[in-house]
Design a binder for this molecule. Structure first.
Ligand SMILES: [Zn+2]
Length: 497
């Protein structure tokens, strides 16, 4: 394998964003750093400057590394270098709205990872992804594959032309050769077609299996959309994912199937009647092939992106597993920070991944390692080195519990990230026709009527169904964390990162 450049760490001024002409400007409310934050480029990594090593640590702990064979292509050591550069433009999926493809720019490059920025939006919506992610595509991909492109805020859909945009703003598109070619995985079986129905696990509430539709297909992946729910529940998965099952699977396996929102008699949902009423068909059962079980076991060590501070990758231990997930613990940290992750998440990596890809690795926290100089302002959270900020990448650091992604006051908040699309003004929404696609997708229903999506009632309905079935193992925190979804702030998207 080729060794990518080590110690690659570049950054764009995160306080910049694009104005209506698509040119970089500094955001008004971002001009004054608060909470003593330093500019992003001043972040240094202690983890790269010490003598800590995995080999020594595993010996000390008498622990084993999770075997490399257990990791998928998206998680394992990359086959190519990360060739992206700060400022390059591309198209890609909004992780909070997986059905939406957007104009993105590379805001930061670190090892094999990228911080991507939505052109025309504030940097608080930026997100991290791997350079080989199947969620990103070169400029022009949407047009070629007949997908709607969500253009930068302030542009009119009928007036936006990629080449004019790049030329006017002197921007560079990311060359096609930098994007991963997924054809090696083979094409999508032709039986999986957009509009067909199936039963799918709600990845935000994994104990629920719901009525779902294939909303889109790209290469070897399909977009799962839950009938009559908003697109924030959508996800992309491959056809062998354990999260998708044929129509009738719940009945065969004694599981409760969650009916679409507003279904007249949800406890007696009938697939036959529903398919007839919606003039749709089910994906043929015989084309579903279950992937082998994931193979991860408790006590295995690995490197994991910290969802609360996604620029950081930490030394972690698997402390529990279930059929599709692993529960991770960050070494040296309190167990209140543990959480469940999908075993196929692109945010878990084998031991040594950071070293090989040139990404800093946050070593395990040991209280004795922290040396505080007299008068130095430090974050009071044990383990936290003051990197990152609850308000996203516009601040590189924090010195208090107020800005700390790990402080009790912030852990209690249901979410830290705002929703880019929900904060658009109605005027912008009207200009932006990609939203109308969203609306149409949301309101697919069995009666032909357009119904307003109400996430609160989904939760009530879910709870009701679970109560009926006597499922007591449900994680209520998990279930109810999306209850503020319809408000403009404090939505539940933290958990996607
Ligand atoms: Zn902190």
């Amino acid at each position: 394998m080729k060794q990518p450049n080590r110690k690659r760490k570049l950054s764009m001024n995160s306080r910049e964003h694009l104005n209506q002409d698509g040119c970089l400007v500094q955001a008004e409310e971002e001009k004054k750093p608060r909470d003593g934050a330093a500019p992003l480029s001043h972040v240094s990594s202690v983890a790269t400057q010490n003598t800590w090593s995995w080999k020594q640590y595993l010996e000390e702990q008498k622990a084993i590394a999770a075997p490399v064979e257990l990791f998928s292509k998206d998680q394992s050591f990359p086959e190519h270098e990360n060739g992206f550069q700060v400022g390059m433009r591309l198209e890609g999926i909004d992780p909070r709205h997986p059905s939406v493809f957007c104009v993105l720019s590379v805001a930061e490059v670190c090892g094999y990872r990228l911080r991507l920025h939505f052109d025309g939006y504030l940097s608080c919506y930026d997100f991290w992804t791997n350079a080989g992610s199947p969620d990103i595509h070169p400029v022009g991909w949407c047009e070629k594959t007949k997908h709607e492109l969500h253009i930068p805020k302030g542009y009119r859909k009928d007036k936006f032309v990629w080449m004019d945009y790049l030329k006017a703003c002197k921007l560079q598109n990311a060359p096609k050769k930098l994007f991963r070619n997924r054809s090696s995985n083979g094409p999508m079986p032709k039986e999986f077609q957009v509009g067909m129905k199936l039963e799918a696990v709600d990845r935000k509430n994994p104990s629920l299996v719901c009525v779902a539709t294939i909303a889109d297909t790209v290469e070897d992946r399909l977009l799962v959309h839950f009938d009559n729910w908003d697109d924030s529940y959508d996800y992309w998965c491959d056809v062998n994912s354990p999260y998708v099952q044929p129509v009738g699977w719940c009945q065969e396996n004694g599981r409760t199937l969650i009916a679409p929102q507003g279904y007249p008699d949800p406890e007696n949902f009938s697939w036959t009647k529903y398919l007839e009423a919606t003039h749709t068909s089910a994906v043929p059962a015989e084309v579903f092939k279950m992937r082998l079980p994931h193979g991860f076991l408790p006590n295995m060590k690995l490197e994991v992106v910290d969802k609360r501070n996604p620029r950081l990758i930490r030394v972690a231990t698997i402390i529990d597993v279930d059929d599709q997930r692993i529960k991770v613990h960050f070494d040296g940290w309190d167990h209140k920070y543990d959480y469940w992750m999908d075993a196929d998440s692109p945010d878990i990596h084998p031991v040594g991944w950071c070293g090989v890809t040139g990404h800093p690795l946050e070593r395990p926290y040991r209280a004795n390692d922290v040396k505080i100089l007299p008068g130095q302002a430090v974050c009071p959270t044990p383990g936290c080195r003051g990197i990152g900020h609850i308000r996203g990448p516009r601040y590189s650091g924090h010195h208090s519990a107020f800005g700390c992604p790990y402080s009790d006051m912030n852990l209690k908040k249901e979410a830290t990230l705002q929703d880019r699309l929900r904060e658009q003004t109605q005027a912008n929404l009207e200009l932006d026709s990609s939203h109308s696609k969203l609306e149409n997708l949301c309101s697919l229903n069995f009666s032909g009527k357009h119904e307003k999506v109400n996430s609160q009632s989904r939760l009530v309905q879910q709870a009701k169904c679970l109560k009926i079935k006597g499922k007591e193992d449900i994680d209520l925190d998990n279930l109810f964390r999306g209850k503020n979804k319809n408000t403009s702030k404090n939505t539940d998207y933290t958990f996607l990162l």
